[in-house]
Design a protein around this ligand. Structure first.
Ligand SMILES: O=C[C@H](O)COP(=O)(O)O
Length: 211
């Protein structure tokens, strides 16, 4: 896959706790130059939509731990959409998932999906889950009519793996994120079935791609 084919599959990402507006603008500049999407913190969405209207903008909801009250997550999603977000990446409530409260997990996601007219991706944070829990998380996301499932926040101890992309692809399209740092790693995720890559290394990935 060459650089131009790969670029639109990448959500070039900046989500760290110290992310400034300058950091967001730098990611948007790179996203615009290369033809990538961008994934940025919620507080920066309004500015980003004005600064780089040509870039498809994702933001994160309930980030990074996913344990906000469901009403807060829904409201956060609506505010982000109204501010200009094109897609939402919401962190699942891992505590509820691990406690087996799958109906509550799915209901919360369904409320968010129903509240916004844009695609919702569900971050399941695979590093914290058993394979059975990963399957349950993906099933809850599918029941909630989410558009995709996403492996990781990038802030847990592990990120995307080929095995997890294969497992998750059985339920919904997958965004592989967390630790994807090179063209070869991105291609391994796509070959495993991923349809999107989330990475703070979007430029490095594309610089390794054939032109
Ligand atoms: O949502 C995507 C992740 O935050 C990116 O993680 P990364 O910095 O390991 O590429």
């Amino acid at each position: 896959m060459d650089r131009d084919e790969l670029a639109p599959l990448i959500d070039h990402t900046v989500l760290g706790p110290e992310t400034t507006i300058d950091d967001v603008e730098a990611v948007l500049d790179d996203a615009a130059d290369y033809g990538m999407n961008a994934c940025i913190p919620p507080y920066a969405v309004g500015h980003a939509a004005d600064y780089a209207p040509e870039v498809t903008l994702a933001t994160v909801i309930g980030f990074p731990h996913g344990q906000n009250d469901p009403d807060v997550k829904r409201r956060e999603g609506v505010l982000a959409w109204k501010a200009g977000a094109d897609e939402l990446d919401v962190v699942i409530n891992v505590g509820r998932l691990e406690a087996g409260q799958l109906e509550a997990v799915a209901d919360e996601l369904a409320e968010l999906v129903a509240a916004v007219p844009i695609p919702v991706k569900v971050i399941v944070e695979t590093a914290l889950l058993t394979d059975e829990q990963k399957r349950s998380a993906c099933e809850a996301a599918r029941e909630a009519d989410a558009a995709m499932v996403k492996t990781s926040t990038g802030f847990a101890d592990g990120g995307a793996t080929v095995a997890d992309v294969e497992l998750m692809s059985e339920s919904l399209p997958v965004k592989a994120s967390g630790g994807v740092g090179s063209y070869e790693e991105a291609m391994a995720m796509l070959e495993a079935g991923a349809e999107r890559i989330g990475a703070s290394s979007g430029v490095e990935i594309l610089e390794g791609a054939p032109e």
